[in-house]
Design a protein around this ligand. Sequence first.
Ligand SMILES: Cc1cc2nc3c(=O)[nH]c(=O)nc-3n(C[C@H](O)[C@H](O)[C@H](O)COP(=O)(O)O)c2cc1C
Length: 484
Amino acid sequence: MITLDNNLKNKKPNIIQGGLGVAVSGWELARAVSKLGEIGVISGICLDNVMIRELQNGDPDGRLEALSHYPDQEIVEHIKEKFYVEEGISPDQPYKVLPTHGVDPEPRLQRILSAAVFSEVYLAKEGHDGVVGMNLLSKLKRYTLACLYGAMLADVDLIIMGAGIPVEEANQISNLAAGKPARLTLEIDKSLCSNPRNQYFYKLDPADILPAPPELPCPDFFPIVSTDTLARILDHKISADVISGFVVEKPVAGGHNAPPRNKQYDDDGNPIYDDRDQARMEKMQELGYPFYLAGGYGSPEKLKQAHAVGAEGIQVGSLFSLADESNYPPECKKKLIREIHRDNVAVRTDGRISPTGFPFKVVELEGTLGIPENMEKRRRVCELGYLQQIYLDKDCEIKRRCPSEPIQSYLAKGGDKEETEGRGCLCNALFANIGLAQRRPWGNEGEIFTAGDEIVNLPLGSAKKPHYTASDVIDYLYSSTGSD
Ligand SMILES: Cc1cc2nc3c(=O)[nH]c(=O)nc-3n(C[C@H](O)[C@H](O)[C@H](O)COP(=O)(O)O)c2cc1C
């Protein structure tokens, strides 16, 4: 059996607090979990706009102090000058937004993103020597390299990556660690262009981020897989000293889920899973890596079961998302916990809502865009653009579009009308979830909460006492298991 290498050696935690985007698992939650001896994970996605919104709110959580440790103070000064408002902008003033990353890398935007991610990891690691990981989505290719680099500058221990097949990402980590240029192949829709090039890359050169890139340690790397077949493919394609373990996630998990292998969806566009979507534990064991089970594993019984089938432990997301230390605003967490205990909340697996095309778990909570009628009334705006897809237009020029953007503009870019149906703007909604909603002349952007199917059986908090801490989650997971 391969042992957990580098940073995880000898630590053998049983619990990974799953990465919860956007910034739901911020540094505070990750730090709390890591201090308790388990693996705390920040979400690395969209942190550049999260950071600048915090600064526009007067920096309530001490981001500037963390940035003062970043090795490129020139970009920190630029960020401060452009976005920091000491007394905070007024509650109806729209937030400034960073330009979307294009296909040709713009070093200034990469530097801002790298600094933002550095500050998040720095804060998560402050004051203890526990393990801190970062979660990334492989779909967000144009953002991945700068996120990785910023996190590595802050000495992140572990990268956990899902929503795609992160072979190239895994293999690029050593380049970044050596201060060498790294690149990822872009997924491009070439159907409108008659003579496309074979491949298109997104690049990051550490020398564009720092004048003298240092040698950095390589973090551990855990791909997230839904099946043992995918784990086997990754094992073949990524060298064994890069993979440190796997997270095996079932489709009942919160957030995005793997598409069904049979490509079957019901009349409402929701995925129909079958046996082929199950990972076989004996096959996972044969691969010889440590693995953690995710998706409905948030209970002491499931932790025991995970150990019984050879897993190192479990990855839990939904329970942690409602803990005091998560970045959902306190009032919103209280409402969610109360309404769950009153049986007023359902979870659906929505096969349409995410512009990625992956199924996404939606919490149906009154007053949010998780209720389909509310979502239909939302005015489409797209300016964050993290989930934009790249395509070649008729002249073979590289362009970007998102099926959740205004329908007319999507069609004008050669997009298919069908692709726009049922789509929601996860970028704007996930910022709204953490109390950083964009303000529009017609009202604030609304929320779309996500959680796993099991959240309806929430074992913590109550309608009367609608809150609990990360430590309560861990105590609960260890209760009467006899685990050691
Ligand atoms: C609010 C929320 C946000 C999530 N965001 C992400 C994400 O950005 N990337 C990811 O790989 N998984 C994400 N997940 C999945 C978790 O990391 C974790 O694997 C999952 O929640 C485990 O299953 P559970 O929900 O049954 O606990 C998210 C889950 C929740 C509840």
